[in-house]
Design a binder for this molecule. Sequence first.
Ligand code: TXA
Ligand code: MG
Length: 330
Amino acid sequence: MARIIPIATDTDKAEAVAAATEVLLRHRPVAIPTETVYGLAADATHASAITSIYETKGRPRFNPLICHMADLSMAERYAVFDPISRNLAEAFWPGPLTLVLPLKENAGIHPLATAGLDTVGIRVPVGFTAELIQSLGRPLAAPSANSSGRISPTTAQHVEADLGEKIEVIVDGGPCPVGVESTIVKVEDGEIRLLRPGGIDADAIEAVTGKTVQRPKASGTAAIEAPGMLALHYAPDASVRLNAARVSSKEALIAFGTGDISGASTAMAVFNLSPDGDLAEAASNLFDFLKRADASGATGIAVAPIPDEGLGEAINDRLMRAAAPRGTEG
Ligand code: TXA
Ligand code: MG
């Protein structure tokens, strides 16, 4: 059974850092809060530590992990920054932006963390995790703390329900404020390519760099570029139906704003991502509401249309994965 350690006070925090560090030094994974989702973290420089992440999640090993750093200067020890990537790091770190960068050879990131690629995905998270990395003095490889293919966790309780039997420590930082994973970009030949929409919206990246963010040309291209972008991901047990204008009495409804969805009053359950139509609020509620809708006993989940702008791009990306026909993974 995992021990859940709160970090509400400085004393709690010191205890959580000490307990998590002790587990990490044994090359075992710990669940940690980040501003995006909870991560399952282990020493990014150590083979058996990384193997323990893949085993705990049941994750395919060709899928590389994001390496979390305490700050930009730590990141520079492991990766080569071009001027645009550096500009993005300075603008958005700490924060929900992952940069895919050329790996510095023999700097210490274990090839199991990058799945043997010559690039590494790096981000500097907000809050506790950066403190933990500072204390450990090493980067932490951390995918989301869920069984592979399932919905990412945004509370310590989500982690406990999924992985509680398999891990020793869950650091409880409360609900994740952003609620969707980091945006992943790769700068190549002076162009910024979006590998995964996420917590930093593309408009903000364009505003900082003055450059247009390039989206994958056809759906599926991203699957090759960011190997983790498998079609089936974030899968609830109930089937998911998008852009719903009506909901049946056997379905749960995930609503947004004040838009009228016919049948809402007789739906099995109704969760409104943001009654005010605020996309940041919607992102922070998304995974929790998907899990709750799934647990409501509904045979299906009907999701109201979400505007495809700003953070809506990341929300719709995750919803499309949740709605993907089953059996398309791998
Ligand atoms: O917000 C987040 O990014 C969370 C928290 C825990 O930091 N982490 C997360 O990790 O979402 P994960 O493992 O679920 O997703 C990592 C994604 C995968 O799609 C993977 O393929 C991609 O990053 N990735 C990692 N390294 C890469 C690389 N070198 N080149 C291309 N894609 C990479
Ligand atoms: Mg994940």
